[in-house]
Design a protein around this ligand. Structure first.
Ligand code: THU
Length: 138
């Protein structure tokens, strides 16, 4: 479901929202909870958690859960993603690529499940020389 962030909503609030999303993670195999909040350019936000599967490969990461929710609700331009894990892990390579498709300049904020801010970076720094839609334009 889409909600709007207000002008005074802080990064800390987004981190708390991501922590709440991580509580919905379905992680019987890894027990590694991930929560994400993707903020669209219009300030609507989309939460995501990881959803694992007994066959393993259908598992979807929190970041891509948030991304597909946003795309399916008509958003295609994004400003920021906040990702929380117990150890401050960065988005995996598949998620970096999936996000790069829509938001090569995305701000990426990493925090832990206690709300500690650990990194504030850009997708282009996590995925240098990324392959994207412009590669297929010519
Ligand atoms: N995971 C994510 O949700 N996001 C990432 O970027 C890294 C990995 C999930 C997938 C799996 O459910 C668990 O973390 C362990 O890999």
């Amino acid at each position: 479901m889409q909600t709007m962030i207000t002008a005074d909503e802080t990064i800390a609030t987004l981190v708390n929202t991501a922590i709440e999303a991580s509580r919905n993670a379905y992680v019987p195999y890894s027990n590694y909870r991930v929560g994400a909040v993707l903020v669209a350019k219009d300030e609507s936000i989309y939460t995501g958690c990881n959803v694992e599967n007994a066959a393993f490969s259908p598992t979807i990461c929190a970041e891509r859960t948030a991304l597909v929710k946003a795309i399916s609700e008509g958003r295609r331009a994004f400003d920021t993603i906040v990702v929380v894990t117990r150890d401050g892990g960065f988005p995996c390579g598949v998620c970096r690529q999936a996000l790069y498709e829509f938001a090569p300049d995305l701000r990426v904020i990493i925090a832990d499940l206690d709300g500690r801010l650990l990194h504030d970076t850009r997708l282009a720094d996590l995925l240098p020389h990324g392959f994207g839609p412009s590669n297929l334009e010519k």
